[in-house]
Structure formats: structure tokens, C-alpha cells
Design a protein around this ligand. Structure first.
Ligand code: 5AD
Ligand code: SF4
Length: 465
């Protein structure tokens, strides 16, 4: 997309790495910049301000950030007035070290600072490079009401993200994490768990539906703990995540409701019942298991066993037979031997996840696991990952084929000249390759599923005989 740039108007470019939390933070920064006169460009070379919103969950994510910052050094040589801001988890963790290594960076913005972007940019103009990475335990997530017009980008892997789907939006309900899984850097980069005020969440959702959004995804690192911690200690009126789900589900205009992410240890029966009792809560659940071995789970500090996990999977199926489950898996965690890995493969066969995200264990500085001595050989990790992903791909295809011949309600997300693309309530992407069908994002079309691939389904408009 090309912008025609008025010379007086400042231009920004944002590159987002990592999770949905970062995508939402990028939307907030984009909206802030638009509100004081900036316009967005898809070309970093012409930007007056480049923001790199970073992720440090694995070494690979961090390397991508560093290589982009290398390109930006050259771009800034050609346009010396360009300001470069590093935001997000790498900014939080690395702080001043970023500017020491890369003096072309002007602003290092920690994860709790994104709402203050305007103020910090003004300081950069006056003072030169600055680093702001304070992390407060009693942080209160500021109220920030959305404006649809300033949004619309795609995530790092160019998958359509809710922010690029006009009918679908993320709403942050909490930030941070208190769980300290031994491999995970999040408690250090995002700080202690804080819940957002329910009234603020409701206000945000109401604005979104008034603007035409139909699908809301509630976001947090650990949504099951919602309400246990807020910025001012204990909440005045205790409220659980299930209470919040009920409140949001009743807001008029919310056709579909989803949430992510959950830790299995905190998954209550009350929350599982929601999949049966809340009609607009989609039958789709991302429940990261990380490993199929109890020994590895204990070393990861996950605080559940595989039999407890499987029990919860059974209960979920009992309450909601059509639920589509996805998960996260780490292979090659320190000390994981062949037997442990086989247990992960066995778990995959038992649950037959609709999909999964799987990763090689990656050492993150500051985490407990980074000090473990029994690291797994890189070649072994590669082989395990390949085997896990190969089998998952087969299962995903088999699972997708189960939909052939069924009729699904597909919420349309994109109307392209060569057809429509939408999503089922189970979160499966569906292509309707019929150019004659006209639709708008947010419309629900009854679709007969005709074909299935590993990553998407194909169908046609269902016509009753
Ligand atoms: N190494 C590999 N994968 C990791 N994840 C988190 N930390 C690490 C790490 N150090 C994965 C987990 C988590 C997902 C978001 O990223 O599977 O659920
Ligand atoms: Fe990381 Fe564990 Fe918290 Fe998830 S629950 S963000 S894996 S520490």
C-alpha cells in the first residue's frame, strides 16, 4: 500500500514480532501516533519514525529483531532525521545494552511504557537517545479506547491477524505472568500479573462492536488468573475469568468470543462449563501442554501432570463435543531423554490436537532452565521437532477431513476478487472460491465443506435441497 505523503506530515512504520499481545500493543502505538498527526507507511525507508516491537521468547525471534536493526542503520544513513524506537520484550530485557550496541537507536521503550509513547518521543527530541524500562508490580493498565480507522496490519508471518480482519479484534484483559515456568522469559519481560478493570474491558468491547466488530478475543498471558491480581492489590469484588467471559458474552453485537492463553493448572471446572453454557463462546481452545512427560513438566515448573491434563481434555469434550483443541509443545527441554519425547508423541496420539505450535527449547538468559546443565544436543532437538511436526501435520489433515460434507457457519473476513475467506467457530480458515458470491466482512455464511488441506478448508455456499 502506497501513501501519498504530505511533506509536513510525519510518517511512521511499525514492525511487529511475536505474540498477539505485541500486535495489540502495536495497534495502540499506531493509534497514539495517528492521533497526533502521524500517518502510517508500509515502507520503512521513508519513515520519520520506525518502531520495532520485539519478542524475546526464543533466540530466533530475538535474532530477527537484531538483523532488522542492522538494516535500519543503513536506512538512517540515507535519512538522518529518522528516529528508531525499539519496543516490547527485547527492549525490556536488554534496555541500555541496545543503545550501547546500536547507537542509531533513539528510544528503548519497555513493555509498560507503550501508552506513554508521545511523551517519550518528545523527550527524545529534546534530550537525544533515552531508555525507559521501568517495570512496576502495581502497574495499572491504562484505559485506551480503540479507533478502528487507525488499525489494520498483518503479523510477522503474514498470517491474517485479527488486527487485519475488520470484523475481529483482540482485547487485552491482563498483562504479565506470575507462573515462572523455568524456560520462560515472560515474567521478566512483562512483569507481575495485573488484571485490567472490568469496566474498562466492557467499554472497549462496546466501542468495537459499535464499529462493526463481531468477534472478540480476550488476551492475556495467563487468562485463567484474571481477577486474582490487579494493580491495587486484591480486587474489591472478587471476579473470576469465567465471570468476565459471561459479562463480555452478553454485550450486544458480540457474535463470537474467544480467549487465549490458558495454563492447564488453573483451568477450573467452572471455566470448562463455559464452553457448554455460553452460546457465543467459540468451541475452540488453545491449551498449551509443553511436554508429554511428567518428569519434564515438573522440571518446567508447570504444576500439572499428564493424567490431569488428559482428564481436563475429557471434561472439555464432555461439555463441548465439537471443541477443537490446539496446543504448544517444546522439544529438547534440558534433560528430555528419548523416553520423555516418546511420551510427548503418545500424548499427541491420544489427544489428536487439531493443530499445534512446536518449538525447540531455546535458552533464555535469566530463566532457571538456562542454568540447567543437561542441555539436549541441537541435532537431537531438530530431529524431535521434525518428527513431532510431521505427525501433527498428518493429524491436522485427518482432523480437517472430518469436516468434509458438514455445513459450517463461516464468518467472512476477506472478500477478494477470486473469492471469499472466512473462519469457522472452531477457528478453521475456509476458502469459498466462488467469485459470484458477494459478501462483507463479519457476515456469516452457511458453508458446505468440500475439501480439506492441512491448514485450511474449502467450501461452497450451502443451499438447502
Ligand atoms: N524455548 C522454546 N519455546 C519456548 N516457549 C516459551 N519459552 C520458550 C523457550 N525458552 C514457547 C512455549 C510457549 C510459547 C508461547 O512459546 O511453548 O507456550
Ligand atoms: Fe511463560 Fe509459563 Fe507464564 Fe506462559 S504461564 S507466560 S509459559 S511463565
Amino acid at each position: 500500500m502506497e501513501n501519498t505523503v504530505n511533506m509536513a506530515q510525519k510518517v511512521f512504520y511499525i514492525k511487529t514480532f511475536g505474540c498477539q499481545m505485541n500486535e495489540r500493543d502495536s495497534e495502540i502505538m499506531a493509534q497514539t501516533l495517528s492521533s497526533f498527526g502521524y500517518i502510517e507507511s508500509m515502507n520503512y525507508q521513508e519513515a520519520d519514525l520506525v518502531i520495532v516491537n520485539t519478542c524475546s521468547i526464543r533466540a530466533k525471534a530475538e535474532q530477527k529483531v537484531l538483523s532488522l536493526l542492522g538494516y535500519l542503520r543503513k536506512a538512517k544513513k540515507n535519512k538522518p532525521s529518522m528516529k528508531i524506537c525499539v519496543a516490547g520484550c527485547v527492549a525490556q530485557q536488554e534496555g541500555a545494552r541496545i543503545i550501547e550496541r546500536m547507537p542509531h537507536v533513539d528510544l528503548v521503550l519497555g513493555t509498560q511504557q507503550i501508552y506513554n509513547l508521545e511523551k517519550h518521543l518528545q523527550r527524545v527530541d529534546l534530550e537525544g537517545s533515552i531508555v525507559i524500562t521501568d517495570l512496576h508490580d502495581k502497574y495499572q493498565i491504562p484505559q485506551f479506547l480503540p479507533e478502528i480507522s487507525s488499525l489494520g496490519r498483518t503479523s510477522e508471518n503474514n498470517q491474517p491477524s485479527p488486527s487485519s480482519r475488520p470484523c475481529s479484534r483482540f482485547v487485552t484483559i491482563m498483562q504479565g505472568c506470575n507462573n515462572y515456568c523455568t524456560y520462560c522469559v515472560v515474567p521478566y519481560t512483562r512483569g507481575r500479573e495485573v488484571s485490567r478493570r472490568i469496566a474498562d474491558i466492557v467499554d472497549e468491547v462496546k466501542i468495537l462492536v459499535a464499529e462493526g466488530v463481531r468477534e472478540i478475543t480476550l488476551l492475556g498471558q495467563n487468562v485463567n488468573s484474571y481477577g486474582k491480581t490487579n494493580a491495587v492489590g486484591e480486587p474489591e469484588v472478587p471476579i473470576t475469568f469465567t465471570d468476565l467471559l459471561k459479562v463480555v458474552s452478553r454485550i450486544e453485537g458480540v457474535t463470537r468470543l474467544r480467549f487465549t492463553t490458558s495454563n492447564p493448572k488453573d483451568l477450573t471446572d467452572e471455566l470448562m462449563c463455559s464452553f457448554r453454557d455460553i452460546a457465543n463462546l467459540c468451541p475452540q481452545f488453545h491449551l498449551p501442554v509443553q511436554s508429554g512427560s511428567d518428569r519434564v513438566l515438573a522440571k518446567m515448573n508447570r504444576k500439572y501432570t499428564i493424567s490431569e491434563y488428559l482428564q481436563k481434555v475429557d471434561t472439555l469434550h464432555e461439555y463441548c463435543p465439537e471443541i477443537a483443541l490446539t496446543t504448544d509443545v517444546i522439544v529438547g527441554f534440558p534433560g528430555e531423554d528419548d523416553e520423555d519425547f516418546e511420551e510427548t508423541m503418545t500424548l499427541l496420539e491420544k489427544v489428536r490436537f487439531h493443530g499445534s505450535f512446536s518449538f525447540k527449547y531455546s535458552d533464555r538468559s535469566g530463566t532457571r532452565a538456562s542454568a540447567f546443565l543437561d542441555k539436549v544436543d541441537e541435532g537431537v532437538k531438530v530431529a524431535r521437532l521434525r518428527r513431532f511436526q510431521g505427525r501433527q501435520d498428518e493429524i491436522s489433515l485427518e482432523r480437517n477431513r472430518e469436516y468434509i460434507g458438514t455445513v459450517k457457519e463461516v464468518m467472512i473476513e476477506e472478500c477478494a476478487p477470486n473469492g471469499l475467506r472466512g473462519r469457522t467457530d472452531t477457528n478453521h480458515i475456509v476458502h469459498l472460491n466462488d467469485c459470484s458470491v458477494k459478501s462483507v466482512p463479519g457476515e456469516i455464511i452457511a458453508t458446505k465443506i468440500l475439501r480439506a488441506g492441512q491448514h485450511s478448508l474449502q467450501g461452497e455456499i450451502y443451499k438447502k435441497d
